[in-house]
Design a binder for this molecule. Structure first.
Ligand SMILES: C[S@@+](CC[C@H](N)C(=O)[O-])C[C@H]1O[C@@H](n2cnc3c(N)ncnc32)[C@H](O)[C@@H]1O
Length: 221
């Protein structure tokens, strides 16, 4: 599938797939959305001192980058596992400007995240260990994962990729969630919320990032 680099409202870039008419992040600000939905409402909200994060869709690595920067800043030992079926190309990585928008340290972390080998747990920095799994979520056997504390559910939209948002997947995610684990996503659809609830999660609607009225956060009681 062909992808194009586009600029978003806050100056950060993202990828756009013309064939799907879908982008990797909000056009109202890629960095702003990641920071708000995943960092603020997910990673910072969760109380685990040494969290295990599971991300659905590594994509550009933006969520991973922001989490790595925060883990180092707060000295919060973090294990980050991310599933991805279609890794992006080196030429695309070079054109994304996330590191330079944040700091020199972030630029180095961004390269390290992308240079790390697929399917091998890698120490990116003292407080951030990464395991990128090149796999298809819909075929994935969740038994090989540890219990997790925060899930970044960052698949393409439910209308574009409904198979990623079905109840069976939320049930499997619930099964590997620790007590008080959080699942966050940019989607606020009522049907998605009901699927989370039927899987055992308690869900809440939160105010969304710029351009989106609401988002969802689910918690395992
Ligand atoms: C909205 S983008 C993710 C954005 C990413 N979190 C980031 O920060 O750039 C959705 C991601 O899910 C990936 N994806 C699509 N189908 C998948 C599947 N069946 N299994 C795993 N990943 C998939 C896409 O390739 C894409 O990288």
């Amino acid at each position: 599938m062909q992808r194009k680099i586009i600029s978003t409202e806050d100056g950060s870039k993202t990828l756009f797939i013309p064939e799907m008419d879908e982008q990797y992040h909000s056009v109202n600000g890629a960095l702003t959305e990641s920071e708000y939905v995943y960092l603020d409402k997910g990673y910072r909200h969760n109380q685990s001192a040494t969290p295990v994060i599971l991300e659905i869709g590594f994509g550009t690595g933006l969520n991973a980058l922001l989490t790595a920067v925060e883990a180092e800043k707060k000295k919060r030992r973090t294990i980050y596992i991310s599933l991805e079926k279609y890794p992006i190309e080196a030429t695309e990585i070079e054109q994304l400007n996330y590191g330079s928008l944040i700091s020199e340290e972030a630029e180095e972390l961004f390269s390290a995240l992308h240079n790390s080998e697929w399917n091998v747990k890698t120490e990116i920095s003292p407080y951030f260990h990464l395991l990128k799994l090149k796999t298809d979520l819909t075929q994935f056997s969740f038994e090989e994962l540890p219990m997790v504390d925060v899930i970044y559910f960052d698949a393409f939209g439910p209308d574009k990729q409904p198979e990623m948002w079905n109840e069976e997947i939320f049930r499997k995610l619930y099964g590997i969630s620790n007590s008080n684990a959080n699942l966050v996503t940019y989607s606020a659809k009522g049907e998605i919320r009901r699927r989370m609830e039927r899987s055992g999660y308690i869900s809440e609607r939160l105010p969304g990032p710029p351009g989106k009225r609401q988002m969802l956060r689910a918690t395992r009681p």
